[in-house]
Design a protein around this ligand. Structure first.
Ligand SMILES: [Zn+2]
Ligand SMILES: [Zn+2]
Length: 173
């Protein structure tokens, strides 16, 4: 480092590179209904495509309603250092932090001591640094919402009510 002379402008600190995330559906909501597997989405770094963490909507069976979400969303991340899969809960409803059980809030660390990221509990927002050095911020509820987007186009069904009930009367016997 070269010493600065008095009056010399302080060079700006290079900003932390930020990348957008992108989401890859592992189990869609529709598939979940068919197979009983929990809906899940992989969150990846748009800049480098590295997998950052997964968001899972844990479901359970209710006698009254069938399969229903258990409560919070579960974040799963492989520790980049010791490779253990670490998981934690965050709110599924941004604005309402999950308080009915253990939840992530503040620095998120692996049991080996490695930092996995930072969790903001009110919105359930995870901030993590990708292997490429970019910082990625994701609201878990926004990530899992991608699982409910149909992956196949919905076939268009002609509106049979358009002509009114008279169309049935028109059918010759
Ligand atoms: Zn990256
Ligand atoms: Zn670890």
């Amino acid at each position: 480092m070269t010493p600065r002379r008095a009056g010399e402008p302080i060079p700006p600190r290079p900003p932390t590179p930020v990348s957008d995330p992108y989401f890859e559906v592992v189990v869609s909501e529709a598939e979940s209904k068919r197979t009983g597997s929990d809906p899940s989405v992989q969150v990846r770094c748009l800049a480098s495509h590295d997998r950052l963490f997964d968001v899972v909507r844990v479901m359970h069976f209710s006698e009254e309603y069938g399969m229903v979400p258990t409560g919070p969303l579960v974040i799963e991340k492989k520790c980049p250092s010791c490779k253990r899969i670490q998981s934690g809960a965050v709110t599924a409803d941004p604005g309402y932090p999950w308080v009915n059980g253990p939840a992530l809030g503040g620095p998120w660390r692996c049991e080996c001591g490695k930092s996995l990221g930072y969790a903001e509990p009110v919105r359930g927002r995870i901030k993590t640094t990708c292997r490429c050095g970019a910082e990625v911020r994701v609201v878990a509820a926004n990530a899992i919402a991608v699982a409910s987007i149909p992956t196949r186009p919905v076939p268009s069904v002609p509106d049979t009510f358009e002509d009114g009930p008279s169309s049935f009367a028109d059918v010759p016997f």
